[in-house]
Design a protein around this ligand. Structure first.
Ligand code: MN
Length: 283
């Protein structure tokens, strides 16, 4: 069965010890197996404190991030690419240090709106950085998964098919990370991308079309969950939701979280856990 997880930003916008304790304890109390930490600023994560709280609560952990404009490995500027590789190496060090099983997200470009298509040099710099990162994650025993996001958040790949082709071109052992929120925007449906990914699916985000309560928007979860059950996918399934009620200093703005979709993290998370467990239960 899949480990069910929840993104830390459902609980807290920072990672001070009180915030980390609240997020980790709440994740366990609601019934999740796993918490996903956003490592946009790896240096801000206290590895020893995080590892201790995770162990005390018996939770698994995964890490995600998106790069910014100053660390964009798809930049044509080699100094920006070098900063990006440093950021990814720092994130992997923290992920490995806290015992994360997966490093995922938008690791192959900045997480932002681009104003032009990716140039051949951008794509080559990005692919080379991912091939390099795959060697590091493999040595650390961490699964590397690249998230397919919509056109307003990257210009490298916006569909499962595009990302699979990109990974093939990189020549590296990298898994696909799908997200229902992005699939709902870019794909022909929610079944085809799961089938195209097949055994290469390595991580799955569950988010509603407005990123609020599951089942209250436009995402066809019945089709998605059926496709995931049929695929035999056994990896993590993590709930991602954002509201102006919990604000991360950089990620919330990048994602355009201007709206209050919920106030009560615990009610939201408990509802999501039940929704996902029911959807993924074997038929
Ligand atoms: Mn996502």
């Amino acid at each position: 069965m899949n480990l069910l997880g929840v993104h830390a930003l459902v609980w807290a916008g920072d990672w001070t010890e009180p915030s980390a304790r609240f997020a980790i304890e709440s994740t366990r109390e609601v019934g999740f197996d796993l918490i996903e930490l956003a490592l946009l600023d790896p240096a801000a994560t206290d590895v020893a404190m995080t590892k201790r709280l995770l162990a005390d609560n018996g939770l698994a952990v995964t890490c995600s991030l998106g790069l910014d404009q100053d660390t964009d490995v798809s930049s044509e500027d080699p100094t920006v690419v070098a900063r990006g590789r440093d950021r990814l190496a720092a994130a992997l060090e923290v992920a490995h240090g806290i015992g994360a099983t997966h490093l995922c997200g938008v690791l192959y470009s900045a997480l932002r709106k681009y104003s032009q298509p990716a140039s051949p040099r951008s794509r080559e710099n990005s692919r080379a950085a991912m091939a390099w990162l795959a060697e590091q994650t493999s040595a650390a025993g961490v699964t590397l998964a690249l998230e397919v996001v919509n056109r307003y958040e990257t210009n490298i790949a916006n569909t499962a098919a595009e990302m699979l082709a990109y990974i093939d071109e990189s020549g590296a052992d990298i898994a696909l990370h799908l997200d229902s929120y992005h699939m709902n925007i870019e794909e022909n449906g929610l079944v085809e991308p799961v089938q195209q990914a097949g055994p290469r699916l390595g991580y799955l985000h569950i988010g509603e079309s407005h990123r609020g309560y599951l089942g209250t928007g436009n995402v066809d979860f019945r089709s998605l969950f059926a496709a995931v059950r049929d695929s035999g996918y056994a990896g993590p399934v993590t709930f991602e939701s954002f509201s102006s009620a919990v604000v991360h200093p950089s990620l919330s703005n990048v994602l355009g979280v201007w709206r209050n979709l919920w106030e009560d993290s615990r009610d939201l998370a408990a509802h999501a856990h039940a929704f996902m467990a029911e959807g993924l239960a074997p038929r």
